[in-house]
Design a protein around this ligand. Sequence first.
Ligand SMILES: *Cc1c(COP(=O)(O)O)cnc(C)c1O
Length: 372
Amino acid sequence: MIMKIKRYDYAQQFGADIEQLLEAIRSMLLSGDYILTSEVKQFETEFSDYIGSTHVLGVNSGTDALILALMALGIGRGDEVITQANTFYATVAAICFVGAKPVLVDALEDSFLIDESQIESAITARTKAIIPVHLFGKATPMKRILAIAQQYSLFVVEDAAQSHGAKIDGQAVGTFGDVGCFSFHPSKNFAAAGDAGAVVTNNSELAERVRIIRSLGQREQNQHVALGLNSKLDAIQSRILSWKLPQLDSWNSARRRVAQIYRDQLADQPIEFQEHNQDNEHVYHLLQIRTENRDRLLAHLVRDGIDVTIRYPTPIHLQDAFTDQGWSRGQFPVAEKLAKELLCLPIRPDMLTQEIGYVCNSIKRFFGATPK
Ligand SMILES: *Cc1c(COP(=O)(O)O)cnc(C)c1O
């Protein structure tokens, strides 16, 4: 019997008492007060308590969070920013948008995170910042990156778009560097009902600059003191995010439980998982498995009704958008290998043991039938 195994269940996230939320949204619609309302300020305060950062500025999207963070740090033409070749497009697009040059380093085989040992040799006199990406929900170890940044006077901008609530020794990612960037895109662990994002920082001056830049460069109305964008977190999205935030930790724990069941049930299969050390370091935005038979396994799982996907099939240096950067095939071999071998299994906080078992059995059947 074919089961349908979904990657998302949004209705589940709102809970049974959704009427209360709809009533709040109804009053918001009728009030006519829409921009940077008390709901936005309330969510910013709640998220700052949750993440453990002094300032939270809600913006349009995770992509804008990165762009605004780089602008606020004064990074632009003539500057270089280091990040990893296996990240999502937006990390690198943001660097290009402010006029800076992205400098890539490769990823690590086991953690799929930035290879810290390659950072120093990528630093030049023009380097201004490092953007480690807490990819797939796993916290990047920050000690060495912070030490390198201090030694060379570089900013650290954390791309935490996939890792809300992931922690290293109790400290949430996004709070280690000068600034952290979050996305609340519907695909993320912590999802608005549309595009949304936030910049977090403990630096008051930087926070003030982001506040100005997100509001068309205005310090106060009609007083435009800088070149800005219009990128403010929407009030209704803020209300929705406040509605969901109290559940985020339990959802992340549930994701870890699901991941552990997958790991246990598939332990004897010819696949690898992303390295996992400390308990809270991973919030499993994506559950990646790695196999050389990726494309055939994907087709097999799709035939069995399982919503699997590939993140990301083309590494940054081979994307058409970046051809003018002069990168070439073979330059970042680990990122290229991961792009060919990683497959995302469905993972949801509300996933039933029976559903996980169905996916695992399908994988076992695949490998039973096709010797590696
Ligand atoms: C989703 C994502 C972004 C961009 O966030 P949006 O809200 O979609 O603009 C940036 N970086 C990473 C790693 C992401 O996963």
